[in-house]
Design a protein around this ligand. Structure first.
Ligand code: ZN
Ligand code: ZN
Length: 257
């Protein structure tokens, strides 16, 4: 039984309500679920408006008391936007979060993970350098407990001409230095890249630098909760992980694998 710390509801771009997601989670092999709807200080269609934050808190808090066998946590997937760190910090202070996932979905004003056709003709090498630099900055910002899908650049199956080892190592070192956890996000398996975020090679590097890990399905519907978790856990054990990070009230504790 494992935690699933990454999922969306109708408040942002998910298809089901909080109650429907919780009902679906029963019997899917998860011990706890964390709701992590999108929050973005840059207005964008797939994120909830900032004015919905009180609704989010109310919806999750009301389920915490009646969640049965599955523990419920209040998380959020909060976009990292360069130059907006103070605004994000101010926003996060006002939400009684159990944990906060920091995700990079934008390179400057380009939301790179929505339209694969936008990759045609771009400098993919430069894109990867920029992407990992943003991910590192998100970890250094101190805003986040967990860094989300930390090689999302590969989503549509575009890869740089150079080997990624050096960027993986640099990023793993930053994660370690700044005390963030990464998530093994299983949703990549259903995308053109057809593998988990991050890749096995990156996970090995993160383990080498002793960066803790947690698990997320990035479910946008109940039937995706806990997707591929047995395989993900087997992979983590193979790499050498023996525990998962859990969060409550933004403090970290551990679950043995
Ligand atoms: Zn995301
Ligand atoms: Zn997500």
């Amino acid at each position: 039984m494992y935690p699933d710390y990454h999922m969306h509801t109708t408040l942002s771009d998910g298809c089901e309500t909080h109650s429907q997601m919780l009902a679906a989670a029963q019997g899917r092999g998860v011990s706890e679920i964390g709701f992590s709807d999108h929050i973005s200080v840059k207005p964008v269609g797939w994120s909830m408006p900032l004015s919905s934050i009180p609704l989010m808190v109310e919806a999750v808090e009301s389920l915490k008391g009646e969640s049965g066998a599955v523990t419920v946590k209040l998380g959020a997937e909060v976009d990292y936007v360069v130059g907006k760190e103070a605004q994000i910090a101010e926003l996060l202070k006002q939400i009684p979060l159990d944990y906060c996932i920091g995700s990079v979905h934008f390179i400057n004003d380009w939301n790179f993970d929505t339209d694969p056709s936008a990759f045609k003709g771009i400098d993919v090498d430069a894109f990867y350098r920029e992407y990992f630099s943003m991910v590192q900055r998100s970890a250094k910002s101190g805003l986040y407990d967990i860094i989300g899908h930390c090689d999302l650049a590969k989503k549509f199956g575009y890869y740089p001409s150079f080997a990624l080892d050096r960027l993986f190592e640099e990023t793993a070192r930053v994660f370690s230095d700044y005390g963030v956890v990464f998530e093994l996000n299983t949703s990549g398996r259903n995308k053109p890249c057809a593998e988990f975020y991050p890749s096995v090679g990156f996970i090995q590097m993160l383990h080498h630098y002793k960066v803790p890990v947690t698990l997320g399905s990035d479910a946008h519907k109940g039937s995706s909760i806990g997707q591929f978790f047995p395989e993900a856990v087997a992979l983590l054990k193979r790499v050498g992980y023996s525990e998962l990070a859990l969060f409550s009230n933004r403090s970290r504790f551990w679950l043995n694998l």
